[in-house]
Design a protein around this ligand. Structure first.
Ligand SMILES: Cc1cc2nc3c(=O)[nH]c(=O)nc-3n(C[C@H](O)[C@H](O)[C@H](O)COP(=O)(O)OP(=O)(O)OC[C@H]3O[C@@H](n4cnc5c(N)ncnc54)[C@H](O)[C@@H]3O)c2cc1C
Length: 415
């Protein structure tokens, strides 16, 4: 008899969602993380509506509401030229979407919540639903039974077996590496750093994305948190960081950004939170990798599902975890976690996310044209109608595709 029905490697939002939903359905789950919770994770801390939908499935939206957070109601974009536009998140539509599906009454379109807080909420929920949590237990290798993944081996040599192993160990997930799915292609990975600041002037309930000249083809962000704190950072494609042999220093770009005339006065009385500057890497969903096999599935960053335009990965981590648990729930007692039985999980991820990821990849490429950013942001800044159209497009998967159509920009010329 295996030790568990399912082993989950990694207790971030993806792994804890998977462990929580499976335990809630009565499966015997072992959840392993190399760290102990609560723990920090370098991130922008922006939690989108997609994550909120899975929080509802787990019944824990109120836990976010009860803990320190900032509700995010919109986004401010600025162009390399210095134009700025504020766009509301379509709160009303999101609320309607949720009500139609009988979800909880919370209508907030998104949050900014420190990962130290947020991840702990999801991790503790998984434990409460019954997952057997092993903290400070790094997984080093997979245990194989022929060509089937049959379990995991910890750093101190203990072995645990299961019918299925879920890889949710983030960018460097040992499961993705063990099954040979890991692929560090610099055209599809971003490096980013974040730092916390207290008392930046003029924070609002909008997240801020600034396409500064110095950081393009990346962006500089300021995301407001609770208590006057903000999450600030910069990210860029790895291939662009090292383009032409000229390595661009993200830390230097960040320092430069603070001095940009656009933020004049905003950092004057602000203080950096000591020790909070940390960098990490993001595998973008602009390249597909296999995410299932005999006895294993990958979710979240391990499955390479980060939005290539926004850098948002928490939503897809939780959503992919939810899809994986749906499939496992069907097959564990009905043919088992074989490659063939798990194939519909990979298909469900493609159906649910792939079109949007492809659209975002096209937007990421278009966003490298400064003139285009200048043009669109200036149009939106001068026309509430254009700003509203873009807001609708960002919220609606199908309409978002129109943003990648040059006709849309041509039409803007006449609006
Ligand atoms: C600087 C930066 C800013 C970002 N900003 C945003 C943002 O604002 N919004 C957004 O949605 N996304 C953002 N992202 C992306 C987001 O952080 C990830 O997509 C998200 O964390 C993926 O969740 P996950 O559960 O798949 O992996 P993770 O959150 O990385 O969790 C993986 C877990 O696995 C554990 N682990 C790793 N190796 C092992 C091992 N060998 N054994 C046991 N456990 C292990 C880790 O300790 C960790 O707890 C950002 C990323 C970066 C780097």
């Amino acid at each position: 008899m295996p030790d568990y029905d399912v082993i989950v490697v990694g207790g971030g939002p993806g792994g804890s969602t998977a462990a929580g939903l499976l335990s809630k359905r009565g499966w015997n789950v072992g959840l392993f993380d190399k760290e102990s919770f609560p723990r920090d994770k370098p991130c922008g801390d922006a939690i989108s509506g997609k994550s909120v939908r899975v929080l509802e499935e787990l019944d824990i939206v109120e836990h976010v509401e009860e803990n320190p957070h900032q509700v995010a109601n919109g986004v401010i974009f600025s162009s390399p030229k210095g134009d700025e536009v504020q766009i509301d998140f379509p709160k009303k539509k999101a609320a309607e979407w949720r009500r139609e599906r009988g979800a909880s009454p919370y209508t907030n379109p998104g949050y900014v919540c420190r990962r130290e807080v947020y991840d702990n909420i999801v991790f503790q929920a998984a434990r409460k639903f019954g997952a057997d949590a092993h903290e400070e237990t790094p997984i080093e290798e997979l245990v194989w039974d022929g060509d089937r993944v049959a379990g995991v081996k910890t750093a101190n040599g203990d072995e645990y077996t299961a019918d299925c192993v879920i890889g949710a160990g983030g960018s460097l997930c040992p499961v993705a590496r063990g099954v040979g799915a890991y692929d560090r292609d610099p055209d599809h990975w971003v490096a980013a750093i974040r730092v916390y600041w207290d008392d930046i002037a003029d924070l609002t309930d909008n997240i801020e994305l600034h396409f500064l000249d110095s950081v393009i083809p990346g962006y500089f962000w300021i995301f407001p948190l609770d208590n006057g704190r903000a999450n600030v950072g910069v990210g860029m494609l790895e291939s662009k960081i090292n383009e032409d042999g000229n390595e661009r220093d993200l830390k230097a770009l960040l320092e430069e950004a603070y001095e940009h005339p656009m933020f004049e006065g905003r950092f004057d009385n602000a203080t950096k939170v000591e020790g909070s500057q940390r960098g990490w890497i993001l595998p973008l969903g602009s390249k597909q990798r296999p995410i299932h096999g005999n006895g294993w599935v990958l979710v979240g960053d391990s499955a390479q599902l980060i939005d290539p335009f926004s850098g948002e990965g928490i939503g897809n981590a939780m959503m992919s975890a939810s899809l994986a648990t749906e499939r496992l729930d069907k097959v564990l007692n009905n043919g088992g976690a074989t490659r063939a039985n798990l194939a519909p999980y990979e298909q469900a991820v493609r159906d649910e996310m792939w079109d949007e990821l492809k659209t975002s990849h096209r937007l990421q490429k278009m966003g490298q044209h400064k003139w285009l950013l200048n043009f669109v942001i200036s149009r939106a800044a001068n026309s509430p109608h254009v700003a509203e159209t873009i807001s609708d497009m960002l919220a609606d998967r199908d309409k978002k595709e129109e943003l990648t159509n040059w006709w849309f920009y041509l039409k803007l010329l006449f609006k």
